[in-house]
Write a protein that binds this ligand. Sequence first.
Ligand code: FMN
Length: 357
Amino acid sequence: MSRNAGMTLSTLPQITAAARAALAPEVRDYLEGGAGDEWTLARNTAAFDEWAFRPRVLRGHGTPRLDTTFLGVDLSMPVIAGPLGADRLFHPDGQTAVARACARAGIASMAPEAGSFSLETLRAEAPTAVRFGQLHPTGSTDTFRRLLDRFVAAGFDAVVVTCDCPVGGWRERNLRNGFTPPQSTVGGNYPGDAATFASLFGTHRPGWDWDTVGTLLSDAGLPWLAKGILTVDDARAALDAGAGAIGVSNHGGRQLDGVPAALDALPAIAAAVGDRTRISFDGGIRRGSDVVKALALGADVVLLGRLAFHGLVVAGEIGVGAVLDLLRDEIVTIMTLLGRDSVRDLDADTVTYNASR
Ligand SMILES: Cc1cc2nc3c(=O)[nH]c(=O)nc-3n(C[C@H](O)[C@H](O)[C@H](O)COP(=O)(O)O)c2cc1C
């Protein structure tokens, strides 16, 4: 973290290791754990090792361009801090620190429905970064509509609809530890209203379908990202319902164990719908080479999950800033060595499958 005074960690793996070491065991398990046997969680990171780069030498014209846009939001690099709730479990400043670090880095962040701070607080904290509001199509349609109205009133640019969380996954580390995040860390959007929050993830829930989601979002008039898509069929269904972007994600392996690594699901979805929509990717991003591989396989932007929170744990806003600085520097170095001029030009020729590494 050479650019950040007071920090002595200078690589992303160091930051991840320091964060893991700093957390109490049950909080570490909550952050790092996945569902079931954690097969999907392990595949999410392992999948990146199955792709090798195909560098082109004596090409490229100077410093590669990292800037892009996603759902109308300008980004200095193709990275967004994804929606992660329970944020004050990890640092008192939680998502306010993430938002400020993203603003400094010229990228965006997403205000989570199940976060520690209200969406209005986050937006006020860093209006240039907090551009996306996230919610779940799970509780009553009234609750959903009220949150959408708040996104509109707060001036958000786009909405993230997390489609893969009708109920929390079967997370055995939390069962073993008897750990549930305290309401104070997840109820920032529903102060004094634990019942409404609880209704979001109960098993006795109203039926939701793409038509309902599409109609409510169309009424709100904001573009939306369908997050949690793993099949071409669902990508098409989301686009038919009016989604402006597809979020290839398995929720960091925390929901349904046994689904493919997010990276394994990406190429088929990109081949089927990539020419008519934008694609975000998340799941297992731990360093810059992961970002470049996801972009090569069809993503337009990646969402950071645990990696951003590793920086948060280590040093709040400064720690998240260090993660973003290191990520950017690594991406620039890799793009230069690959002979590629812009992240917008990365394509399947950039990588090859299963080369012996
Ligand atoms: C502690 C934690 C809380 C999360 N909370 C949410 C949430 O409230 N809404 C959501 O859509 N995804 C949530 N996610 C999933 C992330 O947005 C993202 O899909 C995932 O972390 C990506 O995988 P990675 O952490 O391996 O990069 C959460 C993930 C973690 C680790």
